[in-house]
Design a protein around this ligand. Structure first.
Ligand code: PHE
Length: 344
């Protein structure tokens, strides 16, 4: 019996030594110390021993059990330690590796110009108004003093959806809609940024879809000098503090008088260069005093109220400001173009 026990201990210690993970170790534990294990069996056989032998054998069984138990614990600690080390090694972070570059996006140059213009006018007390891109003929033309058959409709080739509905050709219908909402009571002071559509063949300076920003002020005693001061402020903010503007007579059915507005050339300061084609001036927008018919149609008393309006193309402003030579760049989404407008 003694030999049997010593042999069991020897065997168990060897198996413990060989166990190379916690599960295998537990199997050894169950096999040798479990209820159905060989040691329990030895204990059961003790009944056959003489009373003198029994305590000696009992002590020996305990010694063997304890030896196996200690070996198990020691091995368990080693295995656990190994596992922790393995985990640490696999999760190690090499802090000396160079970081991955973060690709940062940026605002589209057109968005930037539009936001810049919005900020400028918001700073002057304007609010932003919006209107539908699919518009009624009434607001796009008729309410702007362009009745059906008016020759000036030819100035804006239109995408008609039905006889009465079209894609708006300019942001001016928002003027008419906003005035109508005010029900004859001023003041009105809005800008309206948005997309517009015209039946144009796309080339470097024409696009079937582009953006405009409309401005409208209606109140008592609004004069052309107010328009001029406002636009001069705008031109200086966008193109530099030394800029001046000039008005040239023009025609829009919804304004009277109507003007084209030029800014003094920011490239040559007005002496004449290739940017301003030698004239010293660059055309930037159309404007005028709101036509009395337009005021009346929207419910305003044109004896009491006057107003000014202007309409500009942010693409054109952006092209001038950043020296962009082709309007199609705005829509082609070539990242080599767009990345040049990273804000620093
Ligand atoms: N709506 C005109 C256009 O698209 C621009 C404009 C707006 C002119 C307001 C005068 C007043 O050409």
């Amino acid at each position: 019996m003694k030999e049997r026990l010593q042999q069991l201990q020897q065997e168990a210690l060897e198996k413990i030594e060989q166990a190379n993970d916690l599960k295998a170790l537990n199997d050894v534990r169950v096999a040798y110390l479990g209820k159905k294990g060989p040691i329990t069996e030895v204990l059961r056989g003790m009944g056959a021993l003489s009373p003198e032998e029994r305590p000696l054998m009992g002590a020996l069984v305990n010694d063997v059990r304890e030896a196996i138990q200690r070996a198990l614990e020691a091995k368990q600690a080693t295995l656990e330690q190994e596992e922790v080390e393995k985990k640490l090694a696999s999760e190690a972070i090499d802090v000396t590796l160079p970081g991955r570059p973060i690709r940062r996006g940026n605002h589209h140059p057109l968005t930037r110009v539009i936001e810049e213009i919005e900020d400028l006018f918001i700073g002057m007390g304007y609010t932003i108004a919006e209107g539908p891109e699919v518009e009624k003929d009434y607001y796009n033309f008729e309410a702007l003093n362009l009745p059906k058959g008016h020759p000036a409709r030819d100035m804006q080739d239109s995408f008609y959806i039905t006889e009465e509905i079209l894609l708006r050709t300019h942001t001016s219908p928002v003027q008419a809609r906003t005035m109508e909402k005010h029900q004859g009571r001023g003041p009105v002071k809005i800008i309206c940024p948005g997309k517009v559509y015209r039946r144009d063949n796309d080339d470097a300076t024409h696009s079937h879809q582009f953006t405009q920003i409309e401005g409208l002020v209606v109140d008592e005693n609004i004069r052309m000098s107010d328009l001029k001061g406002t636009l001069r402020e705008f031109a200086r903010k966008m193109f530099g503090e030394d800029r001046d503007i000039r008005f040239r007579p023009s025609f829009f059915p919804f304004t009277e008088p109507s003007v084209e507005v030029d800014v003094s050339c920011f490239n040559c300061g007005g002496h004449g260069c290739n940017v301003c084609k030698g004239t010293g001036w660059i055309e930037i927008l159309g404007a005028g005093m709101v036509h009395p018919n337009v005021l009346e149609m929207a419910g305003f008393d044109s004896k009491k109220y006057t107003g000014f309006a202007f309409g500009m193309g942010p693409e054109r402003i952006a092209m001038l400001k950043y020296g962009i030579d082709d309007i199609r760049h705005f829509y082609q989404n070539d990242v080599r173009f767009l990345q040049q407008f990273h804000r620093v």
